[in-house]
Design a protein around this ligand. Structure first.
Ligand SMILES: *Cc1c(COP(=O)(O)O)cnc(C)c1O
Length: 361
């Protein structure tokens, strides 16, 4: 059976080469008579994999000094709680930019742990556009400001990353890390669950500027401390070694393809194919997000009614186009076109969209 065109929102498509390489190492790793999954996490090969994955991530991003990478469990959702646990001191306020449901979740979690405020919100517009940041001037009692760079469910994405000055800007980049060039130094910290652009589920990459790392709270349980994770090189306890290894393969693939610049080029091309199919459909497909704020990772649209959307999802699946139903909380349609999704997949989907519109319009 051939591979389908996979538009799943996460876990998401991985390049076949990455899967095949992982398969070759699955039963036996580098002639050691056992797989990585059976090896001590304190063994030399595992330490080496963790070190190399960290290095490669920083190299791809172009942040060679001043930042450290941690590999943690619990997904990006754990970071929603760990950020305030580590950085929201009692006399400070965590400020959140709300631009979609994941950012709202992060804000709600922090509210259970300390004082929080909304810095800006697009909720009144039902997330159809990004909120105005107006220079983002933040009071001096701000512990940090949190921004979700790509809104996976709604399909919007920040193009201009705000400058938070001396206040640490913390980014949830789960659904667009490594997909475009950015001024990464605007962020004091960013994190990404692996299962969208970085590999399989099970591990979260957390990148923290050294000075912020030193300020992390050491009064909380050790397993939640960024400082303890850094001191132990992500080996405070047993990490998800296999997931980290797969991330390493995905990063090597990303580098071999031409790195972030190439991923950005492909993302532009992929997104343009789909938005063009939406915009030239004479209203048959309606984009959910205002054009300037549209995401290049998650393309969302609606159709005339739910029955037609259901039909689209069912029929497209028969053509091997998988994962196109919108998130259960918002409905509509969504094509997730992360780094592992090839341009051909988007070409096939765009052509299917035209065909479907001709038949049902
Ligand atoms: C998928 C996603 C999450 C949730 O990730 P988990 O690893 O499932 O906790 C959080 N934030 C964003 C932006 C996401 O896309």
């Amino acid at each position: 059976m051939g591979r389908v065109y996979n538009f799943n929102p996460g876990p998401a498509a991985l390049p076949l080469e990455v899967l095949e390489q992982g398969q070759r190492a699955f039963v036996e790793y580098e002639g050691m008579g056992m797989s990585l999954m059976e090896m001590s996490h304190r063994s030399k090969p595992v330490e080496k994999i963790i070190g190399e994955t960290e290095e490669l991530l920083l190299k791809l991003i172009g942040l060679d000094t001043g930042y450290e990478v941690l590999f943690m469990g619990g997904g990006a959702s754990a970071q929603f709680a760990l950020v305030p646990m580590n950085y929201l001191a009692a006399d400070k306020v965590g400020r959140y930019v709300l631009s979609g449901s994941f950012s709202e979740k992060a804000y709600e979690e922090a509210g259970k742990l300390g004082r929080t405020e909304i810095a800006a919100s697009g909720k009144a517009d039902r997330w159809a556009k990004l909120p105005e940041l107006g220079g983002l001037s933040l009071p001096a009692d701000t512990a940090y400001v949190h921004l979700t760079t790509n809104n996976t469910i709604e399909g919007s994405q920040w193009t201009d990353i705000p400058d938070a000055g001396d206040i640490p800007l913390i980014g949830d980049m789960t659904s667009d890390i490594l997909s475009r060039r950015l001024d990464w130094t605007k962020f004091a910290m960013f994190y990404a669950g692996a299962q969208k652009n970085l590999g399989p589920a099970g591990v979260t990459a957390v990148v923290i500027r050294s000075d912020l790392l030193q300020r992390a709270d050491e009064g909380i349980p050790t397993i939640f401390q960024y400082a303890a994770m850094a001191k132990n090189k992500s080996l405070y306890n047993t990490p998800p070694v296999h997931s980290i290894y797969m991330m390493k393969l995905m990063l090597e693939w990303t580098e071999s393809q031409g790195g972030i610049a190439e991923m950005e080029k492909r993302s532009e091309e992929k997104a343009a194919l789909l938005y063009e199919a939406v915009d030239t459909s004479a209203g048959f497909y309606r984009g959910i997000v205002d054009a300037p704020d549209r995401s290049r990772m998650n393309v969302t649209w609606r159709m005339q009614d739910e029955a037609l959307e259901k039909k689209f999802a069912l029929e497209s699946a028969q053509y091997g186009l998988i994962g196109l139903a919108g998130h259960r909380s918002v409905g509509g349609m969504r094509a997730s076109i992360y780094n592992g999704v090839p341009v051909e997949a988007c070409r096939a989907l765009a052509s299917y969209m035209r065909d479907f519109a001709n038949r049902h319009g």
